[in-house]
Design a protein around this ligand. Structure first.
Ligand code: UD1
Length: 330
């Protein structure tokens, strides 16, 4: 009953590994360490460094370890990068996912949980966005994830495998016990950037656009704590193991905060009045993106425990302090 977590050395994957370990599961990680960091994989969890698209390697791991479920996080996530390098994104997120899914089918894996994204919706006409909204990704990133959802849907009809594709909204925060967090050095996420500004690691930060049709003119997003997101995957695993049907579900809290509201919370929690400048809109940013979460609550036994922006920011800030100490010590 060993679970394979791909991308387990990355931000969300490392929180998934902690969740599974806390639940007493046996876990192994495959990660190519392109953005993940080996030290974020807890002691005692085997880290196989390699590529999820390398079928001989992956199938050997699956057979040797008796993998029954795959939770697939490995992939590329930066929307503007996907516009500059579409082929790289289709390779990492679509072509390699196809190879991994084929390896899973060939070795008799029963369940597959896939990291999808709200980017499959593009610029939604209405919020909150339900799973039935027409998919119209506006970036290669969103399209690359949508294609993998389609593959899984077709594969689950043809083979003995069930899947859950979870469409994440904005993932933020860090492990409440301080064991992991967002460690990618080049991360562009709003809450991470604001925490870095609060800690003086950046001289200032920018708000990308103040003329959106939102209450204060700045972009609105649905921020979900990374540990609640990992718990949603655990609920997906219980659902599939219990014989539940394949599902595609939004993963968020169903409430939105503007960029200004997020910055105000970071300033309040940190007690630092850092420099915030207004800048142009970032290409491809929707005004608002908030999840309709009725379906996930109907399908899964999942209760968010950290649904509070101050809590998310407190944990994110604490993790930036841990990272700063690590790099000072290095
Ligand atoms: C994030 C994810 C994306 C996912 C999407 C789903 C990453 C890198 N991006 O994108 O994969 O598909 O959620 O909802 O994980 N902002 C600023 N200043 C900054 C940074 C951001 O004003 O320095 C604003 C943005 O314009 C946006 C909001 O903050 O309105 C959130 O931005 P960001 O954290 O980059 O996430 P998304 O672009 O929403």
């Amino acid at each position: 009953m060993t679970i394979l977590v791909t991308g387990g050395a990355g931000y969300i994957g490392s929180h998934m590994v902690l969740n599974l370990l806390d639940a007493g599961e046996t876990v192994i990680v495959i990660d190519d360490l392109s953005t993940g960091v080996a030290w974020s994989v807890p002691d005692g969890v085997p880290l196989m460094t390699g590529d999820v698209g390398d079928q001989p390697f992956v199938e050997k791991v699956m057979r040797d370890e008796g993998i029954s479920a795959v939770i697939h996080f490995a992939g590329s996530i930066v929307v503007p990068d996907s516009v500059a390098d579409p082929l790289g994104y289709y390779l990492n997120n679509t072509v390699k996912s196809r190879a991994l899914i084929e390896s899973a089918v060939r070795t008799g894996v029963s369940h597959f949980i896939f990291s999808s994204t709200a980017a499959v919706y593009g610029i939604p006409k209405e919020n909150p966005v339900s799973e039935n909204t027409q998919l119209q990704p506006i970036s290669p990133y969103g399209a690359s994830k949508m294609m993998t959802e389609t593959m899984l849907d077709d594969v689950a009809r043809a083979h003995d495998l069930t899947f859950a594709a979870l469409r994440y909204f904005n993932v933020a925060g860090a492990d409440p016990e301080g064991r992991s967090g967002q460690s990618t050095p080049r991360a562009t996420h709003l809450i991470k950037v604001a925490c870095q500004a609060a800690l003086g690691q950046r001289s200032h930060m920018a708000i990308f656009g103040t003329d959106y049709p939102t209450p204060d003119g700045t972009g609105v997003r649905d921020y979900i704590h990374v540990s609640d997101l990992a718990a949603a995957h655990a609920a997906a695993l219980r659902h599939l193991r219990g014989g539940g049907e394949s599902v595609i579900l939004n993963c968020g809290y169903g409430s939105g905060f503007s960029v200004r509201e997020v910055i105000d919370v970071v300033k309040a929690v940190s007690g630092v009045e850092f420099d915030v400048r207004v800048s142009e809109r970032r290409t491809g940013d929707p005004a608002a993106l908030v999840a309709d979460v009725r379906a996930i609550h109907e399908e899964f036994d999942w209760t968010p425990r950290l649904n509070d922006l101050r809590t998310i920011v407190t944990h994110a800030l604490r993790w930036e302090e841990v990272l700063a100490k690590r790099s000072n010590a290095a």
